[in-house]
Design a protein around this ligand. Structure first.
Ligand code: AMP
Length: 626
């Protein structure tokens, strides 16, 4: 396929933000693409070269890209810098400069192929060390020499890591299901594609298999060491009584540790193919290098592998072995240097709570009691690796005792786990098979909310020169959009505001991101990226904020009253992992029930749940109703 054709597809995608139109444009394109090139195109559409978890960074420095463009169009670099200052985007500048180009014949004829471009981008991304800058400039210049103006725009955005077409993974899955479902219905094909993606996390692989064998091709996808599995997620309840009711009277309660969720992939240490141990965060980033002591301890603790296990990595006091506050472990995130000193200053322990693959193969389909029993048999606990504390409970008083013990031991609450036959590991899915229950606060919402920053207001007086407040949104998985929830101006000290202003500066944009739904106009619009934890007094119905619009009353969304920053940046969560509108609805209902007494209904007109694990909310894409 020619890169020119792909650039046309990019242009088509930029022209709309409607999910259905995006799906149609993509699905038509996917049917036209030759099968071997399809995986590459899936990565390129996301501005990547490989699945995200591999962490292959395109991000060429702006200065190098300017230099390549200057050479390609025969203009001084300063001119280019000047033009970018007014256009705001080097891609746009490249396009307009190439339109004015009068070069020798053969230039810009649009003969670049997708594979040729992909290989060149890969060479740019992988070249390091001495001479690598010249190499990157040379490669980009060659592409620009051969490219048309439109191609140049996208080539520049790609190498800078700023393609930002706004096509989300969920939309790509829609399009793949649509393109390759064959005789299968769209909904079914879409569900299968998402289930496979939850296990493989590689859209290129999903696309390749679907293009070749349709929905059938997805059946072969299973857990593999080295490929992160999307984490299973928990629902919440406001009381232990409700937790037990949901669980039919019995469940396992585990300590809910406050740390970093890690998925550890341990290849077999036997045989000749011994690979490296990898640790993935909840967002599937490879964070292996940050915890060398955990990497080293895992193979022995797990009988030499292969294994995929999940647990919470917590800071511990080296003297007493007790848990330390979560904030300490955040000092170890994102570090490249002084890893050794950090190991001493902030020692950690990984407390395992699930087993997803063992030497006998994937265990995802087994019920939780079976997986936990296998994990217990496999694990040889050590100073660095342990097992999450748990107890089987059948009544309220033992549940309360365990919960109090968890708090006393420094945990934030408990995680209840279903013992039912159907309690398999549901990758990437939130459901009542796991229920979190945290300490309750009086005059507070039962839980904190994770909001996405979508805009900011400039500070005044003492806060001049920084942001003074932020506009936060929730996430709506049904539409893939971010409707606003509150303005947040409390809970920051000056240093934090300074830090946030600096962190968010690169996210500023001219208008609202198409996925943001807001009736408010902040001073600055921001790319929805950073997630913050906030606490609030209650959720109210608001004609201004758009989160959960119409779920309770037509024309009204939820607003968070008296929001306050807890001090915690949820860098472990992506914007799509922020609190969803359906979770807000549940919090709202819990709050109404608490205010009206335990017997009061949730919403007028909404029937009481028939089964303890049945969900009461509205439909959420990818939600689980057992
Ligand atoms: P939250 O981040 O508040 O939605 O709570 C869910 C998180 O709790 C998970 O993603 C884990 O990081 C963490 N967690 C702590 N202990 C456990 C446990 N025993 N089982 C499952 N998740 C746990």
């Amino acid at each position: 396929m020619l890169f020119r054709e792909l650039a046309e597809i990019f242009t088509g995608l930029e022209a709309t933000s409607k999910r259905l139109e995006l799906r149609q444009t993509l699905s038509e394109a996917f049917r036209r693409v030759p099968v071997p090139e399809l995986p590459l195109i899936l990565y390129l559409l996301q501005g990547q070269l490989r699945p995200e978890y591999e962490g292959v960074e395109l991000g060429m420095a702006d200065s190098l890209a300017r230099k390549a463009l200057a050479l390609a169009v025969g203009r001084p670099e300063e001119d280019i810098a000047e033009l970018v200052r007014s256009s705001g985007d080097l891609g746009d500048t490249a396009e307009s400069l190439l339109r004015q180009r009068t070069g020798p014949p053969g230039q810009g004829t649009g003969e670049l192929s997708v594979t040729g471009v992909y290989d060149a981008l890969q060479a740019i991304a992988s070249s390091t060390g001495e001479g690598s800058q010249e190499e990157k400039v040379r490669r980009l210049r060659e592409l620009l020499d051969a490219g048309t103006p439109i191609e140049a725009k996208y080539l520049v955005r790609l190498v800078l890591g700023k393609l930002r077409l706004g096509v989300k993974e969920m939309t790509l899955l829609d399009a793949l299901a649509d393109a390759f479902r064959g005789e299968t219905g769209f909904k079914e094909a879409r569900a299968e594609a998402e289930a496979a993606f939850n296990v493989s996390s590689d859209l290129g692989e999903i696309a390749g298999r679907m293009a070749e064998h349709g929905v059938e091709g997805l059946r072969g996808i299973t857990a593999q060491v080295g490929k992160p599995i999307r984490p299973m997620l928990a629902e919440r309840e406001a009381s232990l009584e409700e937790v037990l009711e949901r669980m039919d009277g019995s469940c396992a309660l585990e300590y809910k540790y406050d740390g970093l969720r890690l998925q550890a992939h341990v290849p077999s240490t036997r045989g000749t193919q011994a690979g490296t141990v990898r640790l993935f965060s909840r967002r599937l980033e490879d964070v292996s290098s940050q915890f060398p002591e955990i990497l080293a301890a895992l193979p022995d603790a797990l009988g030499g592998g292969p294994a995929i296990v999940e647990g919470e990595c917590v800071p511990i006091d080296p003297v007493t072995g007790e848990l330390r506050p979560f904030q300490e472990i955040s000092r170890r995130r994102g570090r490249k240097y002084e890893l050794e000193r950090m190991q001493e200053e902030v020692p950690v322990r990984l407390l395992l709570f699930d087993l997803l693959l063992s030497s006998e193969g994937p265990t995802l389909a087994q019920p939780y009691p079976e997986r936990r029993a296998r994990l217990e048999r496999l694990l040889r606990p050590s100073e660095r690796i342990g097992l999450a504390t748990r107890e089987l409970v059948h009544d309220l008083s033992s549940s309360e005792r365990f919960f109090q013990q968890a708090l006393a031991d420094g945990c934030e609450g408990v995680m209840a786990k279903s013992l039912a036959e159907g309690s398999s590991y549901r990758a990437g899915t939130r459901g009542f098979w796991w229920i979190k229950y945290k300490r309750e606060y009086t005059h507070e919402l039962a839980d904190t909310i994770d909001g996405v920053v979508v805009g900011a207001y400039r500070g005044r007086g003492r806060r001049a020169g920084r942001y003074g407040a932020l506009l936060l949104a929730a996430y709506d998985p049904g539409t893939g959009r971010f409707p606003t929830l509150c303005k947040l101006g409390t809970g920051f000290d000056d240093a934090t505001l300074e830090d946030l202003t600096r962190r968010l500066a690169g996210d500023e944009r001219k208008g609202p991101d198409p996925s943001v739904v807001s009736t408010l106009e902040p001073d600055v619009w921001l790319e929805p990226r950073l997630v913050l934890e906030v606490r609030g007094a209650e959720l109210t119905l608001s004609p201004i904020h758009r989160a959960g619009d119409g779920l309770v009353r037509p024309g009204y969304g939820f607003a968070l009253r008296f929001p306050r920053f807890t001090g915690r940046l949820r860098e472990d969560k992506g914007p799509e992992e922020a609190t969803t509108v359906r979770e807000l609805l549940r919090l709202y209902q819990t709050q109404v029930r608490r205010m009206e007494g335990p017997e009061a209904g949730t919403d007028p007109g909404r029937p009481a749940p028939r089964h303890p694990r049945e969900r009461r909310g509205t439909g959420e894409a990818g939600a689980e109703s057992p």
